[in-house]
Design a protein around this ligand. Structure first.
Ligand code: NI
Length: 168
C-alpha cells in the first residue's frame, strides 16, 4: 500500500540541494515513486519532486488530472529538458512554499526525456501548463524554487511573508 509522505516546506535545506542521479531503479525507488504519487494526489497537487519529500533524488511525478485520468500520470527518473521554445507567463504555486502564488516566466513548449520505472527511455512533448509543471519539478531537482525565479524585490517580500507564516 502506498503511503502519504510528509512534504518539506521552506526553509528545509533539502529544497536547496542538487538532487542525486538515480543509477539503479530498485524496489526502494519504485516504492518512493508510488508514495510520491499518493502524496501528490492527497495534497492535492499536479506535480511533485522527490526532494519535496526529503529524498534528494532525481525523480518526479506529474499528473495534470490529479488522479482523475490514470493515463495522465507520468513518473520520470533522471528527467532532463532537451529543448525549449517560446515564452509563457502564468501563476505558479508549490506545495513546499505554502500560500504563495506568483507569476513566473517559463518556456511555452519543452521536450523532456527521462526513464520510466521499468527503465525505458521516455520523451514527452509538453506545452503550456504541462511544460510549466515539468520545468517547475525539474527545477526542484536542481535546488531551485519558483520564488527563486522572481525579481529580488518580490523575493524579499515573499521571504518576509513566509517568516510571518512560520511565527504565527
Ligand atoms: Ni514545487
Amino acid at each position: 500500500m502506498a503511503k502519504r509522505l510528509e512534504i518539506a516546506t521552506v526553509p528545509h535545506p533539502v529544497l536547496h540541494q542538487q538532487a542525486r542521479e538515480i543509477r539503479d531503479i530498485n524496489h526502494q525507488i519504485v516504492e518512493l515513486a508510488k508514495n510520491m504519487v499518493e502524496t501528490m494526489y492527497a495534497a492535492p497537487g499536479i506535480g511533485l519532486a522527490a526532494p519535496q519529500v526529503n529524498q534528494s533524488l532525481r525523480l518526479i511525478t506529474v499528473d495534470l488530472s490529479v488522479g482523475e485520468k490514470p493515463d495522465q500520470l507520468i513518473i520520470l527518473i533522471n528527467p532532463q529538458i532537451k529543448e525549449m521554445e517560446g515564452e509563457d507567463i502564468d501563476e505558479e504555486g508549490c506545495l513546499s512554499v505554502p500560500e504563495i502564488h506568483e507569476k513566473v516566466k517559463r518556456p511555452l513548449r519543452v521536450l523532456v526525456s527521462g526513464y520510466t520505472l521499468e527503465g525505458k527511455e521516455r520523451t514527452i512533448e509538453a506545452e503550456g501548463l504541462s511544460a510549466r509543471v515539468f520545468c517547475h519539478e525539474i527545477d526542484h531537482l536542481n535546488g531551485i524554487l519558483f520564488i527563486d525565479r522572481l525579481s529580488p524585490l518580490k523575493r524579499s517580500l515573499i521571504r518576509k511573508k513566509l517568516r510571518k507564516q512560520r511565527v504565527s
